[in-house]
Ligand binder design. Structure first.
Ligand code: ADP
Ligand code: MG
Length: 410
């Protein structure tokens, strides 16, 4: 995966040019339509600043929410344009009229502007269907293409993939480049012992990742609601725990497959159980095979933390996705917080750690340990697909460094 990045471009390939830039401004919006968290906006600033500093005009493209091909102003990127302007400290021209063959001419007409943001690209049905006609219209808006939207790289859409059929070179932006440098340390270049920690709400969407990782890692430490499905596969009673009933057989297969590949699949030995998902509800610690009727497992227990500790502290590579329990409710956050501390400790001692997943990041923030992990990935779904060994279309579509050189362009 040796793809071109911004630094590969010569000054004459940059100065005076216009870049079509795919960013991920799919920010969480609050009830009143305000931006709840602008991390995704600030994360794109290094790329935008690089372009401005090198004399490039940037036409930014993003989606927000799921308007499904219809013009729906409740999902307009207009508030994002204003926030970007504040964060960037320079003007951003919001292009709120539908794209057509004349859009480029209009953009070129604003000779004194450097940054443009198009209206939500998913207002166009051609975006998600990766329509070639729509890709071509998009491609006309730039002289070259930059993809900085790692979070959307697992989608083959017009603005993430199709557009590169009509526009080259296609290079990674700064955020994308940072992800693509770190991620191979989880798959291609990992040091052993290698431990994966997998938890979270559902086993669905994580099966392929567990399967792929089990061929590489020495141990998979399982926690979260996912563990309950594995308990059921072992025929333990699970009380009223959150369970993925349809995937009990899959869990059984995963246990068997891990045994065959020599990967240790460690389930919690004990759990914190409660009758209600509330901070003031009764709770107790029980053995994993002793969850009482009417009680639900909401966190890993202290014995499990002890066992996981040894694996985590002896690991040289650690991948973590999914909280160990319902960390949002204080008394049930302990297991997740303890594991976060252990991963941070291993990292401080020189191990490489990678954490991905929206809720996992929230848990890490709650632990105040965001800066103590080697790489906190910005791509939720994209990182799961990467760790499942799948090709990311948005990465695949970027120009190959080798072929580019051989083509004599440099
Ligand atoms: P990520 O976003 O990091 O990939 P997930 O979305 O898979 O993580 O899972 C996070 C959610 O799982 C959290 O909201 C958490 O409350 C929930 N969760 C974790 N453990 C349990 C459990 N034992 N029972 C119910 N929900 C759980
Ligand atoms: Mg989540």
């Amino acid at each position: 995966m040796d793809k071109l990045c911004l630094d590969d471009l010569r000054p004459d390939q940059l100065r005076g040019k216009t870049a079509l830039v795919r960013v991920d401004f799919n920010v969480p919006m609050g009830e009143g339509g305000e931006i709840a968290d602008d991390t995704r906006i600030t994360s794109a600033l290094p790329t935008i600043r690089f372009l401005i500093d090198h004399g490039v005009r940037a036409v930014l493209v993003s989606h927000l929410g799921r308007p499904e091909g219809k013009w729906d102003t409740s999902m307009s990127l207009s508030p994002v344009a204003r926030r970007l302007e504040e964060r960037l400290g320079s003007e951003v021209l919001f292009v709120d009229v539908p794209l057509d063959g004349e859009t480029r001419k209009r953009i070129d007409g604003y000779a004194d502007r450097n940054v443009f943001l198009l209206e939500n690209i998913r207002f166009y049905p051609g975006e998600e269907s990766n329509d070639p006609g729509f890709s071509e219209i998009l491609a006309r808006l730039g002289d070259f293409y930059v993809n900085d939207a790692f979070g959307t790289a697992h989608r083959a859409h017009a603005s993430t993939a199709g557009v590169t059929d009509f526009l080259s070179p296609a290079v990674s932006g700064k955020l994308m480049e940072w992800e693509l440098e770190a991620l191979p340390r989880a798959l291609a270049f990992h040091e052993k012992p290698y431990v994966a920690i997998v938890g979270g709400g559902k086993i669905k969407g994580k099966i392929d990742m567990i399967r792929y990782l089990s061929m590489r890692v020495d141990a998979i430490l399982i926690g979260g609601a996912m563990a309950n499905t594995f308990f059921a596969a072992r025929k333990y009673p699970v009380g009223s725990s959150k369970l993925d009933k349809k995937r009990i057989d899959t869990a059984r297969d995963l246990i068997k497959e891990a045994e065959e590949t020599g990967c240790k699949l460690l389930l919690p030995q004990d759990c914190v159980v409660t009758e209600r998902l509330e901070a003031d509800a009764d709770r107790k610690v029980v053995n994993a095979d002793g969850i009482p009727d009417g009680w639900m497992a909401v966190d890993i227990g202290p014995l499990t933390v002890e066992t996981f500790r040894e694996w985590i502290l002896s690991a040289r590579t650690i991948v973590w996705n999914g909280p160990m329990g319902v960390f949002e409710v204080e008394p049930f956050s302990r297991g997740t917080m303890e594991i976060a501390k252990l991963v941070a400790e291993a990292t401080r001692k020189g191990s490489f750690s990678l954490l991905g997943g929206g809720d996992s990041i929230a848990a890490l923030r709650k632990a105040g340990l965001e800066g103590d992990i080697s790489h906190v990935s910005t791509g939720g779904g994209a990182v799961l697909e990467y760790l499942a060994g799948k090709v990311l279309p948005g990465v695949e579509a970027l120009t190959e460094r080798e072929g580019y050189r051989n083509g004599g362009v440099r």
